[in-house]
Design a protein around this ligand. Structure first.
Ligand SMILES: *[C@@H]1O[C@H](CO)[C@@H](O)[C@H](O)[C@H]1NC(C)=O
Ligand SMILES: *[C@@H]1O[C@H](CO)[C@@H](O)[C@H](O)[C@H]1NC(C)=O
Length: 421
């Protein structure tokens, strides 16, 4: 065979061979993680007992631990060594999804926004009637636009309804009532949530030369994103104008944006404020929506408790001054829903910054790789939760625990105390 022929054959054969080696030989396991990651991790956790282990994920490796000893060591390790911020950056891909980048370490900008969230949470009772009104309005509208058929059963699309309603409540808390009641903002912002999520996933799993094309296909000319940013920018400017006109009313700030603006220096550029507020708005609209969707699913698949739940809520939700802690059955339902569905199988996400991180038992996480606690294993442990696979609404009733508690690894949804505000 002459040289030209062998070159031609090589040219024809080489690409499929490369593709085979890249996707099938080297990366098939990391791709498998996308479809059955939770099962993969749970199966390996059963084999490994208390030892840490790792699984390949697209573009990186995920190290998992489930033992108390690893938990305690992690709890006493600085965020400068194992960074949560670097993990968020890897997860959300802000540069591609939001159009601005973050530094690798958490910086001083974190604190004013945390204080602003706390200010508004502390006066949540003021916003509560409006939140209840939004939920009622959106669910009634969903019912009306999906009228019941012959057998009096109507179908309401659960996820879009909850996503829309909770995005509105988040918007109410961050930007205020007028924005939450602006139909164009709500329509575009929910689209932006979906687009940004898809772009982040595409950026993580696709080779870097393809992802810009996919990003363009998903986000188009960024009209939805631009509208969200323009709205936040306009609210920021509005606050500045009011402050310059020194309308010193000594009123409590009604939105997180306003509480934030009261603490940041006047010379901060508006775009800087927009980016921080957008990051908060985006993150706040994600996890809680999944929790709420699971809760509603669990309530309606355990019908025998609906009457008691309704009774319990009646005296509390329709009274603006009532004590929200007087919903023990709902709280127990929420906790059992969180435990069994466990919407994120892992928690306490960290990236080893700069150099490898080694546990005292010698298990080492190379720099740049991710480390997480596999919380789903704990919630499925029959020795901690009797008949762990079954949904028992009464399990947490009278336990004295709340869904937002941070007692340690047996209830790890909110991580460990390292990020406690
Ligand atoms: C923001 O304000 C500008 C100038 O007043 C206005 O033209 C624009 O429509 C506003 N954008 C949004 C999204 O509210
Ligand atoms: C983490 O460690 C701190 C002390 O540094 C301790 O007070 C706290 O209870 C621990 N938290 C968890 C969730 O283990």
């Amino acid at each position: 065979m002459d040289l030209a022929w062998s070159q031609a054959i090589l040219c024809i054969l080489l690409p499929p061979v490369c593709i085979y080696v890249f996707f099938v030989q080297l990366h098939w396991k990391s791709w498998k993680y996308l479809s059955s990651g939770r099962d993969m991790m749970m199966a390996m956790a059963d084999q490994c007992g208390d030892a840490a282990f790792s699984v390949p994920i697209p573009g990186n490796r995920l190290h998992l631990f489930t033992s108390k000893r690893h938990w305690d060591e992690l709890n006493s390790t600085s965020l400068d060594v194992l960074s949560n911020h670097a993990w968020s950056k890897d997860m959300l891909q802000p540069k591609a999804a939001f159009g601005y980048d973050w530094s690798d370490r958490r910086n001083e900008e974190g604190m004013p926004i945390v204080r602003a969230i706390r200010t508004i949470s502390n006066q949540f009772s003021i916003l509560r009637p409006e939140c209840v009104r939004i939920l009622e309005q959106d669910f009634n509208q969903a019912m009306e636009s999906n009228p019941s058929g012959k057998n009096a059963i109507g179908r309401v699309p659960l996820w879009p309804t909850i996503q829309f309603s909770l995005a509105r409540i988040t918007t109410l808390m961050i930007c205020g009532e007028d924005v939450a009641n602006d139909p164009e903002f709500m329509e575009r912002s929910v689209k932006f949530l979906d687009e940004a999520g898809k772009v982040a996933e595409a950026t993580k799993i696709l080779p870097s030369f393809i992802s810009p094309v996919v990003k363009m296909l998903i986000q188009g000319r960024n009209l939805n994103r631009d509208y969200v940013y323009a709205t936040i920018a306009n609210k920021t400017e509005e606050f500045r104008r009011a402050k310059a006109a020194s309308e010193d009313t000594k009123e409590l700030p009604k939105t997180i944006l306003n509480a934030f603006m009261e603490t940041v220096p006047d010379d901060w550029p508006t775009t800087r404020v927009v980016h921080i507020v957008n990051t908060l708005w985006y993150s706040a609209s994600q996890g809680i929506t999944v929790l709420a969707a699971h809760l509603i699913q669990d309530i309606y698949t355990h019908e025998s408790h609906i009457r008691d739940l309704q009774q319990e809520c009646r005296g509390v939700l329709d009274d603006a001054d009532s004590d929200m802690s007087k919903l023990p059955l709902l709280e127990a339902f929420l906790m059992e829903s969180m435990r069994t569905k466990c919407f994120q199988s892992t928690t306490i996400h960290r990236v080893a910054l700069g150099k490898p991180y080694t546990f005292s038992d010698g298990y080492s996480v190379p720099a740049g790789e991710i480390l997480s606690f596999l919380q789903h294993k704990v919630y499925s442990d029959d020795t901690l939760y009797a008949e762990a696979r079954n949904f028992h609404p009464a399990r947490f009733q009278g336990s004295g625990r709340a869904a937002t508690d941070m007692p340690g690894m047996e209830w790890a949804f909110w991580g460990n105390s390292k990020l406690a505000w």
